[in-house]
Design a protein around this ligand. Structure first.
Ligand code: NAP
Length: 347
């Protein structure tokens, strides 16, 4: 049978705050006939297996006139992000049928990649026994690089220091927490539910963890960091950043990874105590991993070893089917689920 469903998720409207399913992001049903697809030399057809759901996708749902480090999504076109697919039809000797590829893929079940537009493909994926294929989208990919680059290249962590990690049970946060523990730091973590706090304390070995929805960060940090903070790994910004500034020790380092509390809100007040950066001589540094590509291979190899040695665990939350991708994405932005958010489309 060559007639296949080729359903997709389109970027339909620029959200005012949290994206709305059916308005800002729409699911469309479509089909295609594999036999009817005519390939020229170099072309191939990819079946999408996994798609990654990341906070920065919200950042791409903006007016394209607003320039930034990553382009805005195109209105009326499928949302795009990192994914893994399998070649199912090919006129490309480099990518024969059966090969697994990673790249920036449209949220769609199948894509025809024409040779002169194949720069969406980043690499061939080689499966590693004992590690799931989905790991390339988090554990061995973006989440791994973000955790390593943030902690080591930006934060320059040292054994014995106290670190505070926000959004600590998420894709990046859970790796940051574990790497910091392995490095001998005292780790304080925040997350948005009792289940996440349990996971941070009992499975990841955080010294202290709190639910920021139940306990105000400035109150919790006073209680859990009586000697102040040396390092803050900031995934959240806003009130949590303000609290961390107030508890920072002199010469603390603030690793500014993300500010998800601000992504769906406009006009929220920022921290009111920025003067402390001066008086405490804090080094606050933002980073984007794509500036550090030369480190990716080294950090992936380190993570593979840590995982095979069973020194790192990694939780994923998988939504099944392209029809559930929008709920999965919004759920990740709201913090509904624990772990790295992904969509699985096919085996
Ligand atoms: N700089 C870079 O190159 C780079 C690369 C990758 C990711 N990032 C950033 O790293 C951060 C984490 O990304 P991730 O992929 O690991 O996502 P993630 O943590 O798996 O998912 C996002 C989490 O953010 C938390 N959150 C949502 N709204 C919040 C709010 N108002 N206040 C506090 N927490 C909130 C939710 O967890 P709770 O239940 O705990 O609220 C949610 O699960 C994001 O800020 C992202 O933009 C940066």
């Amino acid at each position: 049978m060559s007639q296949l469903s080729n359903n997709a998720v389109l970027f339909n409207n620029i959200p005012e705050s949290m994206p709305v399913k059916g308005k800002d992001l729409v699911f469309v049903q479509q089909s295609f006939d594999l036999n009817q697809i005519l390939l020229n030399p170099g072309d191939f057809v990819l079946q999408t297996l996994y798609l990654s759901l990341d906070p920065f996708m919200r950042f791409r749902m903006r007016d394209p006139k607003v320039k930034s480090y990553v382009d805005a999504f195109e209105l009326g076109k499928p949302v795009i992000n990192l994914g893994i697919g399998r070649v199912i039809k090919s006129e490309n000797s480099q990518y024969p049928i059966g090969v697994l590829l990673e790249g920036i893929l449209p949220f769609q079940e199948y894509i025809t990649v024409v040779s002169n537009n194949s720069n969406c493909i980043r690499s061939v994926v080689k499966e590693i026994p004992g590690i799931p294929l989905s790991a390339y989208l988090g554990l061995l990919g973006v989440s791994c690089w973000t955790a390593f680059i943030g902690l080591y290249d930006i934060g320059r962590i040292k054994s014995g220091e106290t670190i505070f990690v926000s959004a600590a049970s998420g894709a990046v946060g859970q790796l940051v927490v574990q790497l910091a523990k392995l490095e001998g730091l005292r780790v304080i973590a925040s997350a948005g539910s009792a289940e996440k706090v349990e996971f941070l304390k009992n499975e990841l070995g955080c010294d202290e963890a709190f639910n920021y929805k139940q306990e105000q960060p400035r109150v919790a940090l006073k209680k859990y960091c009586p000697n102040g903070l040396d390092v803050f790994f900031d995934n959240v910004g806003g009130a949590t950043l303000e609290a961390a500034l107030s508890m920072a020790n002199d010469h603390a380092r603030f690793i500014e990874c993300g500010m998800i509390s601000q992504y769906n809100s406009s006009g929220l007040p920022g921290p009111r105590n920025l003067t402390l950066i001066v008086t405490k001589r804090i080094r606050m540094e933002g980073f984007i991993i794509s500036d550090h590509k030369h480190k990716f291979k080294e950090y992936t190899n380190k993570m593979i070893q840590l995982v095979l040695d069973r020194r790192i665990v990694f939780k994923e939350h998988v939504s099944y089917g392209i029809e559930n991708a929008i709920d999965g994405l919004i759920g990740m932005l709201k913090g509904d689920k624990l772990g790295k958010a992904l969509v699985k489309l096919a085996d």
